[in-house]
Structures are given as C-alpha cells and as structure tokens.
Design a protein around this ligand. Structure first.
Ligand SMILES: NC(=O)c1ccc[n+]([C@@H]2O[C@H](COP(=O)([O-])OP(=O)(O)OC[C@H]3O[C@@H](n4cnc5c(N)ncnc54)[C@H](OP(=O)(O)O)[C@@H]3O)[C@@H](O)[C@H]2O)c1
Length: 232
C-alpha cells in the first residue's frame, strides 16, 4: 500500500488530491489549519481507516515540526509528499508602491518556506520509502520566461523562488533517489483560481498524479498537469 502526505487538504486542489489518492487505495496524511472542516470530516467518515488528518500551518516551522512528529507516530514511511498549500497574497495588479513588505513576506512564508520546512521535516519518512517522490505545486505564474505582465507580484516572485528551490533540492534529493517536480496545475476552478477557470479540480489532479507517477530523476523538473515541460 502506498502513502502520501498532502499539505492544505481543506479545499481546492489539496482536497482533490486527498480524494484522488484515497479512491486509489492510498493511505493519506492530510494537513489542514482548521480541523472543523466539513468536506474533510465527510472524507474521514468514508475513508476512516486510510485518512489521517493533522493540523499544520506550513508557514510556521514549529507547526511543521509538530505535524511531521504526529505523522511519524502513525507511520514509519511516506512514499510521496505533495506540497500543495499556497496563497496568492494580492492585490492582483499592484502599483509599485503597493508591493508591500507584508504581502511579499506572507507569500514567501507560505509558498517558499512552507515547502522547504515540509521537505526538511518529512525527509526522514521519505527516506524510509522504496521509491519516494516530492511534488511542489507551483504555477506558470513563477515562469520568468513566460511572464507577460506586472500582475500578482508577490505570488509570481514566490513561485519563481519555489521553482529555484525545486531545482536546487533536486540535486540533493537525486543522491537519495527521490525525484522532485514543480507542477503547474492549470488554471483550476478553486477559491484561488475562481469560477471562470478552465480546468476542473478532478482533471487537474488526475493529470498531476499521472505526471508524478511517471517522474524520474531524469524527467523535466517543471511541468504542467498534462506533463508538458515548462520554460523556467
Ligand atoms: N487554482 C489555480 O488556478 C492555481 C493555478 C496555479 C497554481 N495553483 C497552486 O495550487 C495550489 C493549491 O491552490 P488552490 O487553487 O487549491 O487554492 P485554494 O483553493 O485557495 O486553497 C489553498 C489551500 O492552501 C491552504 N493554506 C493556505 N495557507 C496555508 C498555511 N499557511 N498553512 C497550511 N495551509 C495553508 C488552504 O488552507 P485554509 O483553508 O486553511 O486556508 C487551502 O487548503 C497552490 O499552491 C496554488 O498556488 C493554483
């Protein structure tokens, strides 16, 4: 039986990942911030045995350390870490003066430090798996080559940093036989993506799960949910 740890399963793509892997027979360790989440409680009733929910704020190192310790009490290994939790700390089209210290820090704390803390703290569990992998949920918003405008500046800059972090971790994790990939989920209908987005959570998650399953140390490191390589 395979096991996955997913950050931010309260809603959107994270909830979709949890449902997908549970349906496919995996053990799921899912983090959320508010345990009184109805969608997750419903999932827990259906998959009582295989879903472990734990509280974790990815932007706070102590919280990640406690979360990983809680997971270690339940299992001696995990096969996949999905760093999904993220924020888009607007405004959407800021003036230069509106790019505040607070918004930049908020984006970096959740979108960059969060995934780094999680890799650090969950690595001992990944190392005990036969064939572990790490997925960083990034965005084309982080592609320097593709960017065409000045929108969502804290978000875009933090996702570029996440991409660099992914590439740098790749060199370390390669020695441990742990492939890592930065994934663009598509423009997905969630709270973050909005109702006009083009891709359903199900389509995005199924696509990304296939890409993750095929990811090896030699695969492209930055890909979309259909497996297409993206320009950094
Ligand atoms: N939707 C899109 O079109 C799109 C496109 C490109 C990339 N992405 C990326 O895909 C990922 C998921 O996005 P989504 O669309 O599902 O967003 P979403 O609907 O806004 O959900 C975000 C998730 O992240 C969690 N989260 C936020 N801050 C957190 C923190 N400090 N600690 C722990 N969890 C935290 C939220 O938990 P709470 O419920 O507690 O807030 C929620 O579960 C993100 O990394 C996002 O950047 C999305």
């Amino acid at each position: 039986m395979s096991s996955v740890c997913i950050t931010g399963i309260s809603r959107g793509i994270g909830l979709g990942f949890a449902e997908h892997y549970l349906k496919n027979g995996w053990d799921v360790y899912g983090s959320l911030r508010n345990p009184k989440n109805e969608a997750v409680q419903k999932l827990a009733r259906t998959y009582e045995e295989r879903l472990t929910v734990f509280q974790m704020d990815v932007s706070a190192y102590e919280s990640v350390r406690r979360g990983a310790a809680e997971v270690r009490e339940r299992t001696d290994h995990i096969d996949l870490l999905v760093n999904n939790a993220g924020i888009n700390a607007g405004p959407n089209a800021p003036t230069i003066q509106e790019i505040s210290h607070e918004k930049m820090h908020a984006a970096f704390d959740v979108n960059v430090m969060g995934p780094l803390y999680c890799v650090q703290e969950f690595l001992p569990l990944l190392e005990r798996s036969d064939g572990a992998k790490v997925a960083m949920i990034s965005s084309t918003a982080g592609s320097i080559g593709e960017t065409a405008g000045g929108r969502m500046i804290p978000y875009c800059v933090s996702k570029s940093a996440l991409n660099m972090l992914t590439k740098l971790l790749h060199f370390r994790l390669r020695d441990l036989d742990i492939p890592i990939v930065a994934l663009h989920p598509g423009w997905v209908r969630t709270d973050m993506g909005g109702s006009n987005a083009l891709v359903s959570v199900k389509e995005s998650v199924e696509g990304m799960a296939e890409v993750i399953a095929s990811q090896s140390a030699d695969s492209p490191l930055y890909r979309d949910y259909r497996g297409e390589p993206l320009p950094w």
